[in-house]
Design a protein around this ligand. Structure first.
Ligand SMILES: CC(C)(COP(=O)(O)OP(=O)(O)OC[C@H]1O[C@@H](n2cnc3c(N)ncnc32)[C@H](O)[C@@H]1OP(=O)(O)O)[C@@H](O)C(=O)NCCC(=O)NCCS
Ligand SMILES: [Zn+2]
Length: 192
């Protein structure tokens, strides 16, 4: 076993890879084949399926299931009880339960997903994007976008540090950390 913390109420199946200094709290289950990076925190009642990859320093709050097809890059925050999906048109009598049936969902580095949000599978949530509490994300979210509502729409932009950005023309400077950003007409925001 690697150098990580596992609460005695939780299970890590054989073949799972868990990075150093990761903590797995109560009533969680990590399946064999899952790969979890260093310094992650998995709260209570977290499930991680076998094909899932989690980067470094991710925080996964209570009651989150990472199903096959979910990829979290580094520094991703999954708020409490947020929901991933991996099949768009599920049927009990016509199961789509082989890995080729699962649509991948990628959460890029630094992104955060608010409490109780739902991510419909098959898309990408951009770098350092922020999904509001309770949003239902149905398409790709651009880097640094703040999205909210059902279905989720862009309602603003956020810095790497999480503060909201105010663009003047196509430039923004974070009042909190001084990072600067440039936006092009197609909602493509980059750090400069
Ligand atoms: C989206 C969010 C970042 C906005 O924060 P904010 O900028 O301080 O928001 P404000 O309270 O100024 O609201 C701005 C507007 O967005 C709306 N809004 C705020 N949160 C919203 C949400 N989750 N869904 C839909 N609309 C939301 C507000 O009603 C307000 O609308 P209005 O201008 O028509 O009155 C925040 O509300 C949020 O959802 N954060 C995630 C929290 C979370 O889940 N944390 C998990 C770990 S504890
Ligand atoms: Zn900032």
């Amino acid at each position: 076993m690697g150098n990580y913390f596992l609460h005695s109420s939780s299970y890590v199946d054989e073949g799972a890879i868990i990075g150093d200094n990761t903590k797995i709290w109560h009533f969680s289950h990590i399946m064999g084949g899952a790969v979890i990076g260093e310094r992650c925190n998995l709260g209570q009642n977290v499930f991680v399926a076998s094909g899932v990859k989690v980067g470094t320093n991710c925080k996964i709050q209570n009651n989150v299931s990472l199903y096959d097809g979910v990829i979290l890059e580094d520094n991703v925050f999954c708020g409490p009880s947020m929901v991933f999906t991996n099949v768009k048109t599920p049927r009990s009598a016509f199961p789509r339960n082989t890995s080729s049936d699962y649509l991948p969902t990628v959460i890029k580095s630094g992104a955060s997903i608010g409490a109780n949000a739902t991510i419909v599978c098959g898309g990408t949530i951009g770098r350092a994007a922020l999904v509001a509490a309770g949003a239902v994300v149905t398409k790709d979210v651009p880097d640094y976008a703040l999205v909210a509502g059902v279905p989720a729409r862009i309602i603003g932009w956020v810095c790497e540090c999480g503060e909201k950005l105010e663009f003047e023309k196509n430039l923004a400077k974070c009042f909190h950390c001084d990072r600067e950003y440039k936006k092009s007409t197609d909602n493509h925001v980059v750090l400069i």
